[in-house]
Ligand binder design. Structure first.
Ligand SMILES: Cc1cc2nc3c(=O)[nH]c(=O)nc-3n(C[C@H](O)[C@H](O)[C@H](O)COP(=O)(O)O)c2cc1C
Length: 175
């Protein structure tokens, strides 16, 4: 027997069948982590990471932003990345990313269900950031320093989403 809800024409009160199914099975989820690059990345290294990421993410319905920050004084580089999309796809992608030997010390800063995507236009946006890009965010301007990693491990970094959104807003404003 068919229930009337599933035969509506798709109004808000009676969503069409495909919308009902999407809601039931595809929870939108996001995850933000920081990591340490195994070595400073060349432009080719970064291009190769982005190409692979965008191919996978387009197929998996994932969007987001990858930030790379090189700290000259320490000759070290770090990543900060946000992934958003269907929960199971985000978690699968993060499992692959976690296993990737090009970086280590991955620490998740934030993860959970979201109602809507924040980066709908980016299969994986990219920003090569420096300290001045992060200066206004308390706790992040020294991203890559030993003190930063202590704060990350202690769960003291709470503004991760705001930072990622600020990069998105900057890019959209420049368009
Ligand atoms: C910093 C960094 C970010 C990455 N971001 C993504 C990503 O957003 N999506 C993705 O599928 N793979 C991403 N990758 C690549 C994965 O780690 C992995 O190489 C890729 O998913 C291919 O996996 P496979 O070799 O099992 O096919 C990233 C890798 C690095 C080092």
């Amino acid at each position: 027997m068919r229930i009337s809800l599933f035969w509506s024409s798709g109004t808000d009160r009676n969503p069409a069948p495909d919308k009902v199914c999407m809601k039931a099975t595809r929870r939108m989820y996001h995850l933000i982590y920081v990591s340490q690059a195994t070595r400073p990345m060349s432009e080719e290294d970064l291009a190769s990471i982005l190409k692979k990421s965008r191919d996978y993410n387009t197929a998996d319905g994932i969007t987001g932003l990858l930030i790379y920050k090189f700290t000259p004084s320490e000759n070290r580089a770090n990543f900060m990345q946000l992934l958003e999309g269907p929960e199971e796809k985000v978690l699968e992608a993060f499992a692959r990313i976690e296993a990737d030997k090009r970086h280590h010390t991955k620490i998740v800063l934030e993860q959970g269900e979201i109602s809507d995507r924040n980066f709908p236009e980016w299969s994986m946006g990219f920003r090569n950031a420096d300290a001045s890009d992060l200066a206004k965010f308390e706790g992040y301007s020294d991203l890559g320093s030993p003190e930063f990693w202590t704060r990350a491990e202690d769960g003291e970094l709470t503004d991760a989403l705001e930072i990622m959104l600020s990069f998105y807003a900057d890019e959209i404003a420049d368009d």
